[in-house]
Design a protein around this ligand. Structure first.
Ligand code: SAH
Length: 369
């Protein structure tokens, strides 16, 4: 059992965190109390849609009912959160989890949208050489409610007019290595009756390529992005050893070809551009061959550097050259703007730095908010 499944030291042993329950468990709890099962949805609405953190706020329960609930349950949310604001408007949120670990979420404003990049693990199972998170190793999987709570935590700290509109599961961790919690979180995030009601089409999950689990993403109805990052097995073995050993390039692309893509949707392939490593015209041509016939678009991500990183960011001319080769082959190809680099909030920059470097780089705007 993981530490956050246990009640924290401050709580009596039997106190249940309502936010940590899935709907069937919540219904069972209602039965135990002798209440109608629909009360579970009613309570979930308060938790997700009204973001209440105190049972006293559930005003459609009578005073006696609230007292009975308080005797056995409470609402445990992320309470401590630091916010770092980038010069480009990106905000990085560091939330403190029950066991003292930190979860990172990044809010990216763009063209009328507010996209929140969520973490699914603390650290990461994988060891991609260009990613800072990979260096931490896996601290632990996040629970479903800790994934959802990142949205609640951020939405609580926004201005009245601001609303998170899109979600990307592209923060710390490999979402498909924590599939059960991710699936449960997606249900809570999308459910329109008692969940957050965020449309599935506005949610994208990004995987380093756990090919055997792509079908599970299709079942969730959300968008799928695949971090390809290399065009030969040898290159991918070097850059993403753990995942490519499990699912070599050909297996991954075969799984993509079998993916039950709904009409009008397409896959996204992400490709981190590393100067002198995978950014040549030959790489670009190989990429177009690999993707031939797939209904997809390509997002190029110029490498975001971090202290001690072994790779360099290509200059703009090489990025544009790569893009034009891919475009000439008839593919839609975009260059991802690297937002939040000054607060280490951009792709691949989430993770542990030595404290001295972190202090020098990051100045919180609202510590302990
Ligand atoms: N594990 C998932 C999601 C987290 S990484 C995945 O691999 O897709 C999110 C994206 O950031 C991936 O496309 C990854 O290739 C990219 N990325 C990682 N480190 C990066 C870096 N230093 N610079 C630019 N992109 C990076």
């Amino acid at each position: 059992m993981r530490s956050n499944e246990q009640p924290s030291a401050a709580l009596p042993a039997a106190l249940i965190n309502l936010l940590a329950l899935d709907l069937p468990s919540a219904k069972r709890l209602m039965e135990k109390l002798g209440w109608p099962r629909y009360r579970a949805q009613q309570i979930f609405r308060w938790l997700h849609r009204r973001r209440v953190s105190d049972l006293a706020q559930m005003t459609d329960l009578s005073k006696t009912e609230r007292a009975r609930l308080r005797a056995i349950a409470r609402i445990e949310r992320i309470t401590e959160c630091q916010v770092f604001r980038s010069a480009d408007g990106t905000r990085k949120f560091l939330g403190r989890l029950e066991d003292g670990l930190t979860v990172e979420s990044v809010l990216i404003p763009d063209a009328g949208r507010l996209t929140l990049c969520l973490s699914t693990q603390v650290g990461c199972t994988l060891d991609c050489g260009f990613c800072l998170t990979g260096r931490m190793g896996l601290k632990r999987n996040l629970k479903a409610h800790e994934i959802v709570d990142q949205v609640l935590m951020v939405q609580d700290r926004l201005e009245a007019m601001e609303k998170v509109t899109n979600l990307v599961l592209m923060g710390m961790g490999e979402p498909l290595a924590n599939l059960d919690a991710v699936s449960d979180a997606i249900i809570r995030l999308t459910n329109t009756s008692w969940g957050l009601g965020i449309p599935a089409r506005r949610i994208t999950l990004s995987t380093a390529g756990l090919a055997s689990r792509l079908q599970d993403v299709a079942a969730l109805g959300i968008n799928l992005a695949i971090s390809l990052n290399a065009t030969t097995n040898a290159q991918r073995d070097r850059l993403m050893p753990a995942v490519n050993r499990l699912h070599p390039l050909n297996d991954l692309l075969a799984a993509c070809r079998h993916y039950p893509l709904p009409p009008r949707q397409r896959l996204t392939f992400e490709y981190v551009l590393l100067a002198g490593v995978n950014d040549t015209e030959q790489d670009a041509r190989r990429l177009t061959k690999l993707l031939n016939g797939l209904r997809c678009k390509v997002n190029l991500i110029p490498f975001n550097e971090f202290p001690g990183s072994p790779f360099r960011r290509p200059d703009e001319a090489s990025v544009l050259r790569f893009q034009s080769v891919v475009r000439r082959a008839g593919l839609d190809v975009f260059i991802r703007k690297s937002k939040g680099r000054d607060v280490l909030g951009a792709c691949g920059q989430l993770g542990d730095l030595p404290p001295s470097q972190e202090r020098a780089l990051l100045m919180p705007v609202g510590a302990g908010c």
